[in-house]
Design a protein around this ligand. Structure first.
Ligand code: SAM
Length: 411
């Protein structure tokens, strides 16, 4: 803990607070008007706090796994994993993320330069209390707590996961952890809600004017669907929806998601719900070719086992002129660590999809160029971003939320 923190000052420090204010002012000037209320000064400050919280959890994990000793001499991620006796297969991607995060904060040297993935500690790593950040967040914007609880819960099991003693899927998805996800994938979660709101704004803007059938993939617990339906309701467009096909892979999520949407929209006769695995042919799962006006997904496509396959299935499901809209955590630059990956790197589907040299060089979140490359390789045209991360990322390098849209040509 710094002296300032001990004296009750901000955990971001004066410089961090100023940077948060400057970033909020900048976003107010450069974001499209309809996005500005989502990314106001309170959001930016909470985002900075959350990054600081995850950083402190990472430092804790590094101490608990003996990685600090393993970092005294220069080594590749593999060398460092071996020295710290970590389990190579599941640990390498999360460990590489941890090392890139520490390097990005100036705590590790990357001696080979140019992101070659060799690291060495520049000195003793700081000991910082995550609890102080949590308390500050609780005081200033308690709606973010679900994200804190999830990260903190995961951090407790991280050393065992890195050592190969427990599977990441068991850490994240054991039955006792369902509550965490109900609270996390929610429009009451200040961090997560922006994904749903940005996606809803984009889907409203890019839904073909004639409306039609919407197919949602990975609809989970329903927060994305609710945000979209609320947006369309406000715009007076609910009547344009010929069908809302809410789909999800995990049955326990599907049931709850369907229930949440039905409870909020009891009169929406167009609603149907079904299991759909985006890694299997859609036609086998009841989605007719050329039948859909909009395929919609919030933070789902980046876990497709084979993005090329899934985008091909989406393309076939769409009618000519139909639109794909995904709301995603977008990586501004290759290899840039994003704090949500601390949690999601635990799952194999997140870290190890089928790779493609141009648009899927690694697992996890994609850059704008990778999204464009993947969508255009599948035959889509008019790929677009809301907000336009390529023109935003120099000014706001920590802005990582965007909707990506593309069109099936024809129609
Ligand atoms: C980030 S969550 C989406 C959360 C959702 N928007 C909500 O409000 O709860 C991603 C979703 O993708 C789902 N998913 C994972 N693998 C899938 C697959 N193979 N096919 C379809 N959905 C999948 C997960 O179960 C999860 O619900």
């Amino acid at each position: 803990m710094s002296g300032l923190e001990a004296a009750g000052g901000s955990v971001l420090g004066a410089a961090g607070e100023e940077e948060a204010r400057d970033t909020a002012a900048l976003l107010e000037g450069v974001l499209p008007r309809e996005l500005r209320p989502l990314f106001d000064a309170s959001f930016v400050r909470s985002h900075f706090l959350y990054e600081q919280f995850v950083h402190r959890l990472v430092l804790q994990v590094v101490r608990e796994t003996g990685l600090e000793d393993a970092l005294r001499d220069e080594g590749s991620t593999e060398d460092i994993a071996l020295r710290a006796k970590l389990a190579a297969a599941p640990a390498l991607v999360p460990l590489d993320w941890i090392l890139r995060s520490l390097a990005a904060r100036g705590l590790l040297a990357e001696p080979a330069g140019q992101g070659r993935g060799r690291y060495r500690a520049l000195g003793p790593l700081p000991v910082l209390d995550p609890g102080a950040v949590r308390e500050e967040q609780l005081r200033s914007a308690p709606t973010w707590m679900a994200s804190y609880v999830l990260a903190e819960t995961v951090a407790r099991d991280y050393p065992a996961f890195l050592r190969g003693e427990v599977a990441g899927e068991d850490v994240l998805f054991s039955a006792k952890r369902l509550r965490l996800w109900i609270d996390y994938f929610s429009n009451d979660n200040g961090l997560y809600a922006v994904n749903n709101r940005v996606g809803a704004i984009a889907a409203d803007a890019w839904l073909p004017p004639s409306g039609g059938i919407i197919l949602e993939l990975g609809g989970g617990l329903g927060s994305g669907a609710l945000a979209l339906l609320e947006r369309l309701e406000t715009a007076g467009r609910l009547g344009e929806i010929a069908g809302y096909r809410f789909t999800e892979f995990v049955p326990a999520f599907l049931r709850r998601g369907e229930q949440a949407v039905q409870t909020r929209y009891p009169a929406l006769s167009a609603l149907s719900a079904a299991t759909l695995d985006m890694n299997r042919p859609f036609a086998e799962q009841g989605v007719e070719r050329g039948s859909v006006a909009l395929v919609y997904a919030v933070n789902t496509l980046h876990v497709a086992q084979d993005l090329e396959f899934t985008l091909g299935e989406i393309f076939q499901a769409l009618a000519p002129g139909g639109r794909l809209v995904v709301s995603e955590c977008v990586r501004p630059r290759p290899r840039q660590p994003i704090e949500a990956e601390f949690v999601f790197n635990l799952t194999e589907t997140f870290r190890s999809p089928r790779l493609h040299p141009l648009y899927r060089p690694s697992g996890g979140f994609l850059t704008p160029e990778q999204w464009r490359g993947a969508m255009e390789a599948a035959g889509f045209v008019e790929t677009r971003f809301l907000p336009d991360i390529p023109s935003l990322r120099d000014k706001a390098p920590r802005f990582v939320v965007a909707a990506v849209g593309a069109t099936r040509p024809g129609g």
